[in-house]
Design a binder for this molecule. Structure first.
Ligand SMILES: N[C@@H](CCC(=O)N[C@@H](CS)C(=O)NCC(=O)O)C(=O)O
Length: 291
């Protein structure tokens, strides 16, 4: 068997533009805008700039849940940010999120627009603003926040770690895949043990913690992330699967998943959402026949 030559890092790292694999066109070691372009603004108080990746879905699920409760002030315009085309580096987007990642939210309901970035912070902001999906009871609230922050800290091992090295990296590195597969299976076991005794993550009530965790770990146990279902033997996590089905059956979750979605069945893709009726009239299957 021929030996793979060991990589010896140079003394000083140098940016090799060709070395970014399938993300070479968007990954850069520099922050800030690459081009001048304003973001569009619609008629609603909340302006969301996003894409239906797991981080984006967290927020559209929350907004649809709030609207489902009859909270009209949670009305929003959802604008599509195509991250593979570099939309996150426009001057307008960077002004809302200096970190150039979706999702980003602009709350224009007050005298001065408020910008919020980081999906966990957006969930917490909306929960506090509308007084919903964040338990008031001291213990349940602590549980909710613990699982919310657990998600924010854990998902990079799943996405940037396992997902990247198992599905995207140009070469398969056993060490990296092993390391992150072990960690992701441990995370699934953490969830599985907790959900054995709890209906939802914060206990008996559905909360922003479920909205944060479901798009990542629910998709993983449904075999929808990185085609890694068999590799990780996700069927073994029965309690995570029970909870995944429970959350996934919620009407607001079904709607939230469709917003800013640019893959899958055309009937499941609502590229932009500006009105509740868009779910019935503006999905891609309807648009292509009416265009
Ligand atoms: N910690 C951030 C992560 C956001 C994130 O990684 N967004 C990805 C899509 S899921 C993105 O915009 N990537 C574009 C890029 O890296 O240039 C959050 O939770 O909001």
């Amino acid at each position: 068997m021929s030996e793979v030559p060991a990589y010896v890092p140079p003394k000083i790292w140098i940016w090799n533009r060709e070395n970014g694999g399938r993300f070479a066109s968007i990954n850069r070691p520099i922050a800030g805008a690459t081009h001048e372009k304003e973001l569009p603004v619609g008629r609603h108080p909340l302006q969301l700039y996003s894409l239906a990746t797991p981080n984006g879905v967290k927020v559209t699920v929350m907004l649809e849940e709030l609207l489902g409760l009859g909270i009209d002030d949670a009305e929003y315009d959802a604008w599509l940010i195509r991250i593979n085309q570099g939309d996150q580096f426009s001057s307008g987007f960077v002004a809302v999120n200096p970190n150039s990642k979706i999702p980003a939210l602009l709350d224009r309901s007050g005298p001065k627009p408020v910008r919020i970035f980081e999906s966990g912070a957006i969930l917490l902001y909306l929960a506090e603003k509308f007084g919903e999906f964040l338990p008031i009871d001291h213990d349940a609230r602590a549980q909710c926040l613990s699982w919310l922050f657990w998600q924010v800290g854990s998902a990079p091992y799943l996405g940037g770690g396992l997902g990247h090295f198992y599905a995207y990296a140009p070469t398969k590195i056993e060490y990296a895949i092993d390391r992150f597969a072990m960690e992701v299976k441990r995370q699934l076991d953490v969830l599985d043990r907790h959900l054995a005794d709890n209906t939802y993550l914060a206990g008996s009530t559905y909360s922003i913690a479920d909205m944060a965790v479901w798009p990542w770990y629910g998709a993983l146990v449904n075999g929808q992330l990185y085609e890694a279902g068999e590799f990780l033997q996700v069927q073994d996590y029965a309690n995570v699967r029970r909870w995944t089905d429970l959350v996934g059956a919620r009407p607001a979750v079904r709607r939230g998943r469709m917003v800013n979605r640019v893959f899958g069945e055309p009937s499941s893709q609502l590229h932009e959402r500006h009105d509740a009726s868009d779910f019935d009239t503006n999905t891609e299957d309807k648009r292509s026949t009416s265009d």
